[in-house]
Design a protein around this ligand. Structure first.
Ligand SMILES: [Zn+2]
Length: 79
């Protein structure tokens, strides 16, 4: 592992598990696991057979969803 802190921007937690060629903390690892589980069993099977480099785009896609959740939705219409 080369990273000392979580791959997720703004997260200063120590790394826990690899995510592609990078590493993420325990909380984000669990969130990533949940996200992949939500994608269905095909994703799980596919992911298991992927190399670390091949996993990077998947990690990036998930990381984008994390950032969206953290950013206040100023552009969202008020109900
Ligand atoms: Zn983290």
């Amino acid at each position: 592992m080369h990273d000392l802190t979580c791959l997720i921007k703004g997260c200063q937690t120590r790394v826990y598990a690899p995510a592609g060629t990078h590493s993420i903390c325990r909380d984000h690892f669990l969130a990533y696991l949940t996200w992949r589980r939500r994608k269905g069993p095909q994703m799980f099977m596919k992911y298991a057979g992927m190399s670390m480099e091949e996993r990077d785009p998947i990690v990036a896609e998930w990381a984008n969803t994390i950032r969206v959740e953290e950013v206040p939705t100023a552009a969202a219409p008020k109900s």
